[in-house]
Design a protein around this ligand. Structure first.
Ligand code: 5GP
Length: 122
């Protein structure tokens, strides 16, 4: 799958589409999902052009992978979710490809929280 530089998250990164930004660093951006599936629903994306989780994990530089994960942890903490700081936890999901039901072809991590998520059945 080749990267489509006009996908909606690439456009958010370029500032062409507005987003409610929660946190950012040199390597990643976190913003609220436009159609939240839980009281807290934040998307964390790398600034680099990676289609999917496996593309990112295989091809991103170590600094990008670290920066991305540090930003996700920062969001968990700032949203009051971090177990290490008294929060009730969260679900982190990355959908990949057609069977993963990925809609936007720029790698993103969903952070979902604010209610019990239920068991994953499919
Ligand atoms: P996926 O199915 O690709 O894992 O999830 C894509 C997510 O992106 C969905 O939860 C959807 O609501 C969210 N989304 C799609 N377009 C936009 C947008 O323009 N802005 C924001 N903030 N979220 C979006």
């Amino acid at each position: 799958m080749t990267y489509d530089s006009n996908n909606v998250f690439a456009r958010i990164l370029r500032g062409e589409i507005p987003a409610t930004i929660v946190a950012q660093n040199e390597h990643a951006l976190a913003f609220r999902d436009i159609n939240p599936q839980a009281p807290v629903h934040v998307l964390v994306i790398p600034r680099g052009a990676y289609v999917s989780y496996d593309d990112f994990a295989a091809n991103a530089a170590d600094a990008e992978i670290i920066g991305f994960n540090r930003l996700a942890a920062e969001v968990a903490r700032s949203e009051g979710l971090s177990l290490a700081h008294g929060g009730s936890g969260f679900r982190a999901i990355a959908n990949a490809g057609p069977h993963g039901m990925q809609e936007v072809p720029h790698f993103h991590l969903h952070l979902l929280a604010g209610r019990p998520m239920g068991r994953m059945v499919s």
